[in-house]
Design a protein around this ligand. Sequence first.
Ligand code: GAP
Length: 452
Amino acid sequence: MVTMEKIVSLCKRRGFIFPCSEIYGGFANAYDYGPYGVELKNNIKKLWWEKFVHQRQDIIGIDGSILLHPKLWEASGHLTGFNDAMVDCKECKKRFRADHLVKKIAGEDMEGELEEMTKILREKKVRCPDCGASDWTEAKNFNMMFQTEMNGIEDKVYLRPETAGAIFINFKNIIDSMRVKIPFGIAQIGKAFRNEIIAGNFIFRTREFEQMEIEYFINPEAKWESLFDEWLNLQEEFIMEIGAKKENLRKREHPKEKLSHYSKKTVDIEYKYPFGFEELFGLAHRGDFDLSQHSKYSNEKLEYFDAENNKKFTPHVLEPTFGVDRALLVALLSAYNEEEIKGEKRIVLKFPKEIAPIQIAVFPLLRNKPELVKKAKEVYEQLKPEFICEFDDNGNIGKRYRRQDEIGTLMCLTIDFDSLENDDLTVRDRDTMKQERVKIKELIEYLRNKLS
Ligand code: GAP
């Protein structure tokens, strides 16, 4: 079983993900994406956009601002309700999520029930995970929005805690400028910021992260149940396309009594991380809450005109939401393999071909033979416009294979002495490690067939 330690170490060693501000001692459980991490992340986002925007006539994309009008957060309820429960250990002064501590004991979510949480922590003498004491403050609400200031604006300004808000406030622009017909969706990918009480588990919970969200607008009178199931299946399908196995996924429906008053149904898709089943994606039926609230606070009508039935209405919305960083973590966990080859350990990331950060690595067999290096560079130059390639002449060939396996490169191409005679090269497949000779003039066609 892959552990988080193995993933974290490989990510740093091989240039996927680095601790943020490491030369200053690290910062706030945050991470920076390195050269292979950013390729992987871009591929995941590209796959998502392709699946949900380019391949669908009913969904269009936007890219909204991170800093939005402060009134938006009043209307959406984030100012008063976007809270997590915090509790401090009186002994060591460390701060924790009260609901997480209680969940470990009582095994259930207790969002919002502050008094009950305080009671459980004290009566069950829950120990501080840090110092072991059992002396807690009262559980209190903590608003998770990051606040900032803006020249010329008197109100407090916030970094958006989710991308969804920018979609709702562009509803009218989309209706007025595009020829959308209900049901239709608006999609967006972008950064979100939450002042989490505790960030942790690597990139699972950070304070700055990315989301891929869709607001899918439907007729309030339409049957939504089958659409809801369809969206859940699509969310599962997407994570399986980037490598997750079905047996590591499960759906958790939020109990009816814990749903917001406007929501008809909310389901989390959970993944079995090394630290247990936790949320990966979510799907919520949000009724007409968002459009109605923004309409009320902005005095703009946010309605849809159904020309066929000559009727105006405020659409309801289904909200499938995907975390980019959690998807990337799942891609890494799913791809990680350790194999034993002739008594030696091989670590290989078996990413699906659509998301592998590097598709092809080109090597000269020996770096001190200029004729091999020259030919390998020619091949690399030829492939570069079409494929994501890397030229590698560092260390011996065994080391290069090991490095390329660890970053999940799909194919390694080696120019050797026979290549100079026969104008061909060796192609080595990442998963089977089988090698075959391919003529250089047939190479591009060969790679197109293998990689498309
Ligand atoms: N608009 C709905 C919404 O934001 P959410 O469940 O709060 O719903 C959506 O967040 C997704 O964003 C989650 O399913 C998760 O993948 C990701 N996410 C939320 N908080 C995160 C955090 N602190 N770090 C990384 N990803 C996070």
